[in-house]
Design a protein around this ligand. Structure first.
Ligand code: COA
Ligand code: AMP
Length: 626
C-alpha cells in the first residue's frame, strides 16, 4: 500500500490516533488528551481539552527555537514598487506591540475585531495580534461596498475596527476610510474605536472615535500570548451563501493549527525556511490559511504581494516575484493564469526571469479548465496542481498530496480526497452514485480538524445550510463525480453561489439590489461563462407595467447600484430587460435551466415549466445576444 492509501485509511479508521499524532506538531500550553468531541453531534469539536495560542505557534516558538533572524514575511508591493522583509523576530515585535495596543484600546479575549485592510504587512500584524490576545478577527475584503461591510459589522458585533486609509488598485486609489465611515452609518452595531493605518497615497481624516495606528502603538506595551481553548474561535470569515445574508464561518484555534501544519508538509511539501507564495488576498480564506497561518505555523517564509498578475507593470509580474524571492511553491487562482496567458501567450516574459526555484504551482478557488492547466504546465515545466476546497473547510478537501505521495495528474480533477475527508457523491435521495455518475458532492461527518464547527452565533443556520439535506453528511454545494481510479471531478455549484475571478459571490444578493429598483417588477441573476474570470454575473429584469424608462438608462442605474451596494468585486456589468422569466407551476424562477441555456445553448424545455414561450423568447438574451 502506498503512503497515501495507508495514511488515508488510518485517518478514517483511527481518527483519534491520527489527529492526536498530528497534534504533536503544534506546541500546546496543555496538550489534548482527546481528539474528537462528538457529544453534540452532528456538531463536532476537536481537541476539547487542549489549550494553546496560535500566535505563539506562528511566531514566538520559531524565535525561541533559533529562527529569529530568518525572514518570516516578505512584502512585495508592485503597486508602490516596495519590497520589505521582516524576520521572525521583527514580526513578533510588531505583533506583540500591536496586540498591546489593541488591549490598551479595551480589546479582550473573545472580543471581535473587524479588519478592513489591503495587502500590507499590517494586515498580517493585526490578524496575529488578535490571535495573541485571544480576540477574534473578522477580515473583510476591500472590494466590498459599505453595505456589505455593515452587514458583517452587525453580525460580528466588533469592539473595534482596524482599517487602512486606502487600498491601491491599478486604475485608482480606493479610499477605505470613507467606506468604513459609511458602513458605520448604515450599521446598527457601533464599535468603540476605529484604528486607522495611514498610507501616504491617501491619508484619511480622523474623527472623534478614530485612533491613528502609530498613536495607538506609542501608548502600548508589548502583550504576551493569552492561552485559549483549542475550541475557542480564532476568526470569523464571512462568505457568500444562497441568500444575500453572508455566512460567518467560524474557525477554531486548535484544529486549525493542527490541520494547517499537516497540510503544509503533506500537501504543499513546504518545510521550515522555505519560501511559499500565495497570490490571493487576506480577505479570502486562501489568504487566511496560506498567506498567513500555515506558512508561519510551519516556520516558512511567506510572500505578501500587493498587485495584480498583469499590468503591474506587465504580465511578467508573477515571474519576477518568484525569481526575486526564490519562491518554492506558488498558490493562486486559475483566473490569474488566464490573465497572464492572455497578455503573454508564448511566455516571452516568463523567459526573462529565472524561475528555477519553483517546484510546484498550486491552483484553487474555481475550476481549473484543462486548457489553462496545459498552458501553465507547458510554460512552467513544473507540476500544476489543482486542489479543491472552500471557506468552510479552511484547507484542501481534495488534492494531489505532493509531500505525502505525488500522484499522476488528470487535467480537470483536483485528484483524490485528502486524509480526514470522506467524500461521497450522492443522488437526490441521498444514495451514493456509482463511479462516473454525477451527483452532489458531500463529506461524511465528522469533518476533520480545521473545518468549520458552526456559523457565528447561528448553529441553526449551520445545520440547515449544510447538515439537513443528507443527514450524516456535510453538503459542499458543489456537484461532480468520482472516476474509477478514485479521482474527484468538481464541475460547479448546485446553488446560487457564483465564482467571479476566484471571488465567491451570491447571485441572491445581486437580485436583492436589482429588485429594489423602482422600475423592476422581478429579476434573476445567473453566473455565465467568461473566458477570463471563469464566471461573471448576468442579470435579467422584467419591468413593472407602465414604467417609462430608457433601457440604457435603466441598465446603467442597475450596474451602478450593484457596484454601490455590493462592491466593484461583483463585476456586474451585464443586464438585459426581458418581458418575462421562466417559472415552474408553483412560481419558482427556473434559474438552473437559465444557467444551462446560457452555458451550453441547451435547447430542452424543463418538464416543470409553466410558461415555455417565455423561455423561448429569453434564449437570445441568455446566450448574450443583444
Ligand atoms: N479593494 C478595492 N477594490 C478592489 C479590490 C480591493 N481589494 N479588489 C478588486 N477590486 C476591484 C477592482 O479594482 C475592479 O474594479 P473596476 O471595476 O473599477 O475595475 C473590480 O473590483 C474587479 O476586480 P477583479 O476581480 O480583481 O478584476 P480585475 O479585472 O481588476 O482583474 C484578475 C482580473 C483576473 C487579474 C484578478 O481578478 C485576479 O488577479 N484574480 C486572482 C483571484 C484571486 O486571488 N482569488 C482569490 C482566491 S485564490
Ligand atoms: P471559496 O469559499 O471562496 O473558497 O469558494 C469555494 C468554492 O469555489 C467551492 O465550493 C467551489 O465551487 C469552487 N472551487 C474552489 N476550488 C475549486 C477547484 N479546484 N475546482 C473547482 N471548483 C473549485
Amino acid at each position: 500500500m502506498g503512503a497515501y492509501a495507508e495514511t488515508y485509511r488510518q485517518s478514517l479508521t483511527d481518527p483519534e490516533g491520527f489527529w492526536l499524532d498530528a497534534a504533536n506538531a503544534v506546541e500546546w500550553e496543555q496538550a489534548p488528551t482527546r481528539a474528537l468531541d462528538d457529544s453534540a453531534a452532528p456538531l463536532y469539536r476537536w481537541f476539547p481539552d487542549g489549550v494553546l495560542n496560535t500566535c505563539f505557534n506562528a511566531l514566538d516558538r520559531h524565535v525561541r527555537d533559533g529562527r529569529g533572524e530568518q525572514p518570516a514575511l516578505i512584502w512585495d508591493s508592485a503597486m508602490t514598487g516596495t519590497v520589505r522583509s521582516f524576520t521572525y523576530r521583527e514580526l513578533l515585535e510588531r505583533v506583540a506591540l500591536f496586540a498591546g495596543a489593541l488591549r490598551a484600546q479595551g480589546v479582550a479575549r473573545g472580543d471581535r475585531v473587524v479588519l478592513y485592510l489591503p495587502m500590507i504587512p499590517e494586515a498580517v500584524v493585526a490578524m496575529l495580534a488578535c490571535a495573541r490576545i485571544g480576540a477574534v478577527h473578522s477580515v473583510v475584503f476591500g472590494g466590498f461596498a459599505p453595505r456589505e461591510l455593515a452587514a458583517r459589522i452587525d453580525d460580528a458585533r466588533p469592539k473595534l475596527i482596524v482599517a487602512a486609509s486606502c487600498g491601491l488598485e491599478p486604475n485608482r486609489i480606493v479610499e477605505y476610510k470613507p467606506i468604513v465611515d459609511e458602513a458605520l452609518r448604515l450599521a446598527e452595531h457601533q464599535p468603540e474605536r476605529v484604528v486607522v493605518f495611514q498610507r501616504e497615497q491617501a491619508r484619511a481624516e480622523l474623527g472623534p472615535r478614530d485612533v491613528d495606528w502609530n498613536d495607538a502603538l506609542a501608548q502600548a506595551e508589548p502583550a504576551e500570548c493569552v492561552p485559549v481553548r483549542a475550541t475557542d474561535p480564532l476568526y470569523v470569515l464571512y462568505t457568500s451563501g444562497t441568500t444575500g445574508r453572508p455566512k460567518g464561518v467560524v474557525r477554531d484555534n486548535g484544529g486549525h493549527a493542527v490541520a494547517l501544519r499537516w497540510s503544509m508538509a503533506n500537501i504543499y511539501d513546504i518545510g521550515p525556511g522555505e519560501v511559499f507564495w500565495t497570490a490571493s488576498d487576506v480577505g479570502w480564506v486562501v489568504g487566511h490559511s496560506y498567506i498567513v497561518y500555515a506558512p508561519l505555523l510551519t516556520g516558512a517564509t511567506t510572500v505578501v504581494y500587493e498587485g495584480k498578475p498583469v499590468g503591474t507593470p506587465d504580465a511578467g509580474a508573477f515571474w519576477r516575484v518568484i525569481a526575486e524571492h526564490r519562491v518554492k511553491a506558488l498558490f493562486t487562482a486559475p483566473t490569474a493564469l488566464r490573465a497572464i496567458k492572455r497578455m503573454d501567450p508564448k511566455g516571452e516574459l516568463l523567459a526573462e526571469h529565472d524561475t528555477s526555484s519553483l517546484r510546484t504551482l498550486f491552483l484553487a478557488g474555481e475550476r481549473l479548465d484543462p486548457e489553462t492547466y496545459h498552458w501553465a504546465s507547458d510554460q512552467l515545466g513544473v507540476p500544476v496542481v489543482d486542489h479543491w476546497w472552500q471557506t468552510e473547510t479552511g484547507w484542501p478537501v481534495c488534492a494531489n498530496l505532493r509531500g505525502l505521495e505525488p500522484m499522476p495528474i488528470k487535467p480537470g480533477s483536483p485528484t483524490v480526497p485528502v486524509p480526514g475527508y470522506e467524500v461521497a457523491v450522492l443522488d437526490q435521495a441521498g444514495r451514493p452514485v456509482p463511479p462516473g455518475a454525477d451527483g452532489a458532492i458531500c463529506l461524511k461527518l465528522p469533518l476533520p480538524p480545521g473545518t468549520l464547527p458552526t456559523l457565528w452565533g447561528d448553529d441553526e443556520r449551520f445545520r440547515e445550510s449544510y447538515l439537513s439535506r443528507h443527514p450524516g453528511y456535510y453538503l459542499t454545494g458543489d456537484n461532480g463525480y468520482v472516476d474509477a481510479d478514485g479521482y474527484v471531478f468538481v464541475m460547479g455549484r448546485t446553488d446560487d453561489v457564483i465564482n467571479v475571478a476566484g471571488h465567491r459571490l451570491s447571485t441572491g444578493s445581486m437580485e436583492a439590489v436589482l429588485a429594489a429598483h423602482p422600475a423592476v417588477a422581478e429579476c434573476a441573476v445567473i453566473g455565465v461563462h467568461d473566458a477570463l474570470k471563469g464566471q461573471v454575473p448576468r442579470g435579467f429584469v422584467v419591468l413593472k407595467s407602465g414604467v417609462d424608462i430608457a433601457e440604457e438608462t435603466l441598465r446603467e442605474e442597475l450596474v451602478a447600484a450593484v457596484r454601490a451596494e455590493i462592491g466593484p468585486v461583483a463585476a456586474f456589468r451585464d443586464v438585459a430587460v426581458v418581458d418575462g422569466l421562466p417559472k415552474t407551476r408553483s412560481g419558482k424562477i427556473l434559474r438552473k435551466a437559465m444557467r444551462e441555456i446560457a452555458d451550453t445553448g441547451d435547447t430542452r424545455v424543463p418538464s416543470t415549466i409553466e410558461n415555455p414561450t417565455v423561455l423561448d423568447r429569453l434564449r437570445p438574451a441568455l446566450r448574450g445576444d443583444r
